[in-house]
Write a protein that binds this ligand. Structure first.
Ligand SMILES: Cc1cc2nc3c(=O)[nH]c(=O)nc-3n(C[C@H](O)[C@H](O)[C@H](O)COP(=O)(O)OP(=O)(O)OC[C@H]3O[C@@H](n4cnc5c(N)ncnc54)[C@H](O)[C@@H]3O)c2cc1C
Length: 427
């Protein structure tokens, strides 16, 4: 059987515990079978176990093998498209329900970290940084929008103020989200997996689901075993492949790349980000960065549509890092890796049901650390018969990519190039 290890990354090298779980080698029965042990699957499993269900999680590789164990670690509130776009996409009742949930994912993370004693270097404070006046106006309207939904944690930063929190002269200002923040993403996933097991859930690694028998009591098969369940939760996101063609048709895996420097001298690290906030800029193809607990700069950016891994990640990301922080010209790059997120045409997440017993959530389009935690909770609510909040998300429109599978990559790349050009020209 194929054995899939964690990709080499700073996170895999600093993981709290990487002892491997067994693969599935028997025929099991359970209430809920979850496919995928990223944040979506683990969050759903935790909520379902807390509600008293029997849960089996099947993971193709390792816990947090996908985006959840490779991401920038930034806790970003709200969604990949903001609440105003959602308000225009669905009815007003659904829109206000989704607006009310926009800040719940970050709360769920903090609750889980506290309840399950997860050691994942949680830090408070995230900054959105603007390059120009248009982006500042957008941040101001975002602040007003979030305030309309009861969120009072944003603080505008002018040019002088942003230079107090990030040592670069690239930005004209920004906004600080006091309840944003950052984590070691793989250690968060590993801690949540331990939480699942502490509640009696079972997680099998190296157990890819290769077939689903879609009957009134669905059976999922792995190379050496099977699970019959009352319900399935599909949480494979960008790594799901063609297991469920309906889901693959309306989404596109995309890669993003990250580097980690060597541990920086304490004074240098503190001079770059004195309050230890994480930062993402406001460009369409954005850069994101933060310090790790051992004072490396973790810098991400770049998108590869169709999720091909670039040959030389350092060559793509290091120049971006040096543009922001020329002070790091001599810093060695210790790690470089990439991971896949799932893009949807609207950049809105997709949640729903297939048949009556297969539930899914996917496609948070780049900002998923908080949304996936919310999604897991909503999947569990729906399976407990309280589907109102789940159905609000399920009412968001899902569109296929124009041009189908053959043209979705080039057409999306053209669209992104247009937005990238607008950013470069500053309008
Ligand atoms: C490089 C990068 C940086 C990012 N940075 C940020 C950030 O800073 N902030 C933010 O908010 N978001 C960020 N994101 C997005 C965020 O990480 C994701 O949206 C989120 O982690 C998705 O979680 P998930 O559980 O849905 O999917 P994943 O974490 O990808 O998990 C899916 C899991 O399902 C498993 N699987 C797939 N198919 C099968 C199968 N057939 N059988 C069994 N298992 C299967 C996979 O092996 C995988 O472990 C980033 C993404 C990337 C790639």
């Amino acid at each position: 059987m194929v054995h899939t290890a964690y990709p080499s990354s700073y996170y895999a090298a600093s993981a709290n515990c990487t002892s491997e779980r067994p693969s599935l080698r028997e025929a099991l029965e359970t209430d809920i079978c979850v496919i995928g042990a990223g944040y979506t699957g683990l969050s759903a499993a935790l909520s379902l176990l807390e509600a008293g269900f029997r849960v089996v999680v099947l993971e193709a590789a390792r816990v947090g093998f996908g985006a959840s164990g490779r991401n920038g670690g930034q806790i970003v509130n709200s969604y990949s498209r903001d609440i105003d776009v959602i308000e225009r996409s669905v009815g007003s009742a659904e829109a206000s329900m989704i607006g009310a949930m926009a800040f719940e994912g970050a709360r769920i993370i903090r609750e889980r970290v506290a309840r399950y004693h997860i050691d994942c270097d949680l830090k408070n404070g995230g900054v959105f940084a603007a390059f120009n006046a248009r982006q500042m106006r957008h941040l101001e309207s975002q602040k007003a929008l979030w305030q309309r939904h009861g969120y009072e944690e944003l603080q505008m930063l002018d040019q002088a103020q942003i230079q107090q929190v990030v040592a670069t002269n690239r930005y004209v200002g920004g906004v600080l989200d006091r309840m944003g923040g950052h984590i070691h993403p793989l250690n968060l996933a590993l801690g949540e997996a331990a939480g699942v097991e502490s509640l009696g859930g079972t997680i099998f690694e190296q157990s890819p689901v290769v077939n689903i028998e879609r009957t009134s009591s669905p059976v999922v098969r792995t190379p050496e075993g099977s699970v019959r369940a009352k319900f399935l939760v599909v949480a494979g996101n960008a790594y799901l492949g063609d297991l469920l063609p309906e889901l693959a048709a309306k989404s596109m895996p995309c890669g993003s790349q990250v580097i980690a420097t060597e541990p920086l001298d304490g004074d240098l690290a503190a001079s770059l980000l004195p309050q230890d906030y994480c930062v993402e800029d406001c460009n369409y193809l954005l850069d994101y960065y933060r310090l790790s607990a051992d004072k490396r700069l973790i810098y991400g950016g770049g998108v590869v549509y169709g999720a091909r891994d670039p040959d030389d990640i350092e060559a793509i990301i290091r120049p971006k890092m040096l543009k922001t922080f020329p002070q790091l010209a001599k810093a060695r790059i210790d790690y470089a890796w990439s991971g896949n997120f799932l893009l949807t045409l609207s950049r809105l997440p997709q949640m729903g049901r297939l048949d009556d017993n297969i539930y899914y959530s996917q496609g948070c389009s780049g900002h998923g650390v908080t949304y996936t935690h919310l999604a897991g909770k909503l999947l569990a609510e729906a399976l407990r018969g309280q589907a109102e909040r789940f159905d609000a998300f399920a009412s968001l429109p899902h569109y296929p990519f124009p041009g189908g599978r053959a043209f979705r990559v080039p057409l999306t790349a053209i669209g992104a190039a247009y937005y990238n050009l607008r950013d470069r020209l500053g309008f």
